[in-house]
Write a protein that binds this ligand. Structure first.
Ligand code: PMV
Length: 338
């Protein structure tokens, strides 16, 4: 096997239309419920991994800042996974750039770990199939297992790799990210879901009912049925946030403008606007709409007090290796930032 020492890759973030929240008791970072996502073309991570035999520790720089502590351990764990069949791996220098706020509920761990796994595999000179890349990324951050794939992807409960369910050109849709706060979140998703599973009295109901919601969202996506996706996607997000809010202590990511937007979008859909909301472990509202309605949705979101900016995302490509000629310095930029 020839071993190149440097690998580069780029991966897009994804947003779950049917959410996962909670780990399986089987361990190995398997999820308790199935999830379904849309890969987002405008939110990207670019990562370079360089194996260095003369180095004693892994060194990681994210957006120009050295990474230490638990986030560094998570990167080292990802590098171990890619090297698992070898006895000892060399330490690595890792450089990564996101073109959007990190750790703010914009799925930076999904694009970040997907890009990291692809870049590390590239650096070992191995061509791993996308199912294997997905399984490795999933072990680092479950949602990252979906970011390996283009368009629409699923990650089933208690199952290793994710899988593609429809390509990016399957449906002319968009996801508009209304950024309400771009600072770090009060609690990370790993800690938040543990707290929920341990203390929320309704957590078992969520685990029981989430698969039926996932089935509805999946059928809606495959049929390109906007209303079906809208109803069940919103239900999934409210069910997930209900378990968070009713944990002890509570895990509350939503802010005032988030709730305001939920009310406004419900009213607008009744008036015929194809718009539906979904929120992750953060206050930002992602609004799902049809491709020909983007300008109207953007104008509406920009008129809401508390919305800092709007990022327009379309169905995105698969994670991919980058040629070593490509520049990491040119952070991929979103096409439209307002
Ligand atoms: O990928 P993780 O383990 O950081 O969890 C993310 C979970 C949500 O984004 C809230 C939902 C989802 O399915 O992506």
């Amino acid at each position: 096997m020839t071993t190149s020492k440097i690998g580069r890759a780029e991966a897009c973030a994804n947003i779950a239309l049917a959410k996962y929240w909670g780990k399986s008791p089987l361990g190995d970072n398997l999820t308790a419920v199935p999830s379904l996502s849309l890969t987002l073309d405008a939110l990207r991570s670019r990562t370079e991994v360089k194996w260095c035999t003369d180095q004693e520790q892994d060194e990681v720089v994210l957006n120009g800042e050295a990474v230490v502590g638990r986030p560094l351990q998570r990167v080292s764990h990802a590098l171990d996974l890619v090297h698992q069949e070898k006895q000892e791996r060399p330490k690595a220098k890792v450089l990564s750039l996101n073109n959007f706020p990190t750790a703010a509920g914009l799925a930076s761990s999904a694009s970040g770990f997907a890009a990291l796994i692809c870049a590390a595999a590239h650096a070992t000179g191995e061509k791993l199939p996308s199912s294997e890349l997905s399984n490795l990324a999933r072990k680092c951050s479950a949602s990252a297992g979906r970011s390996i794939f283009p368009g629409f992807a699923e990650l089933l409960a208690e199952t290793g790799p994710g899988a593609p369910i429809a390509p990016a050109n399957h449906w002319d849709v968009a996801m508009l990210v209304a950024v309400i706060a771009s600072g770090p979140k009060p609690i990370g998703s790993t800690g938040g879901m543990l707290q929920t599973a341990q203390t929320c009295p309704y957590y078992s109901a969520w685990v029981k009912d989430a698969p039926a919601v996932f089935d509805e969202v999946k059928a809606g996506v495959l049929e390109r049925d906007f209303e079906r996706v809208a109803i069940h996607m919103e239900h999934s997000t409210r069910m997930m946030h209900a378990t968070m809010i009713t944990s002890l202590p509570p895990v509350i990511y939503l802010k005032g403008p988030t709730i305001e937007l939920m009310h406004e979008i419900a009213k607008r859909r009744q008036k015929g606007h194809p718009e539906a909301y979904t929120m992750d472990a953060g206050p930002n509202v992602k609004v799902f709409t049809l491709g020909n309605h983007v300008a109207k949705t953007q104008a509406f979101l920009e008129s809401i007090p508390g919305v800092e900016k709007v990022i327009i995302c379309r169905p995105g490509p698969a994670a991919a290796e980058l040629s070593l000629d490509s520049s990491l310095e040119t952070a991929p930029r979103s096409r439209e930032l307002s």
